[in-house]
Design a protein around this ligand. Structure first.
Ligand SMILES: [Mn+2]
Length: 198
């Protein structure tokens, strides 16, 4: 992997609910330094960054005493904005990523496309399933927000899983691995029969 593969973007978003600031790279060697006011989110972002090859730093604070929902959703939102920026026209990237990740009892598949069209589906598990201080429906908000601002399509399927911590962690790992593939440089042009993504 050469230094010319590294692409980066920076984003900041401050609202009355959350304060998110990130400066990230893809295509490099270092995993990002993550700081959040909701430790389970930090744990999942650590996994995502490691497997996606996201470097730099991510800091995220918010009104988690109300509900971690705002923070989880907003980090996905800002991360998606940064990906939209660093991928630019999508020219020269693999565009698609597919990963099936086991974590003990859990098995999760992530199929990702930087299609320019936002869509996210979580299958195989009930959204009200409790996990890491919140529920699967709230963790899904992270991925939905990312897809909205990045212009990505993501299908997450929980193929097996008894322990909800394992399920959520496998979701982040699988998405990270799919992100690493999809953002990899191909040396070619725009991967689209239509000639345009979006
Ligand atoms: Mn864990």
């Amino acid at each position: 992997m050469s230094g010319t593969d590294v692409r980066g973007a920076a984003r900041t978003r401050t609202t009355r609910e959350t304060e998110i600031s990130l400066e990230i790279t893809v295509g490099g060697q270092q995993a990002a330094v993550v700081a959040t006011s909701f430790a389970p989110l930090g744990h999942m972002l650590d996994a995502l960054c490691l497997y996606a090859g996201i470097g730099g730093r991510v800091s995220a604070a918010g009104d988690v005493a109300v509900d971690p929902h705002h923070l989880i959703e907003d980090v996905g939102w800002v991360l998606g904005e940064a990906f939209d920026d660093l991928l630019s026209s999508r020219e020269g990237i693999a565009r698609y990523g597919l990963a099936v990740v086991p974590m003990d009892d859990a098995l999760v598949r992530a199929a990702l496309d930087f299609s320019g069209r936002a869509y996210c589906r979580l299958g195989g598990i009930a959204p009200e399933t409790l996990a890491l201080g919140t529920d699967l429906g709230t963790w899904r908000e992270f991925f939905w927000a990312f897809c909205r601002t990045a212009g990505a399509t993501l299908h997450l399927d929980v193929l097996a899983g008894e322990n909800s911590h394992h399920v959520v962690e496998a979701m982040f790992k699988a998405t990270g691995m799919a992100l690493r593939q999809a953002t990899a440089l191909t040396g070619g042009g725009l991967l689209s029969t239509k000639g345009v993504i979006g």
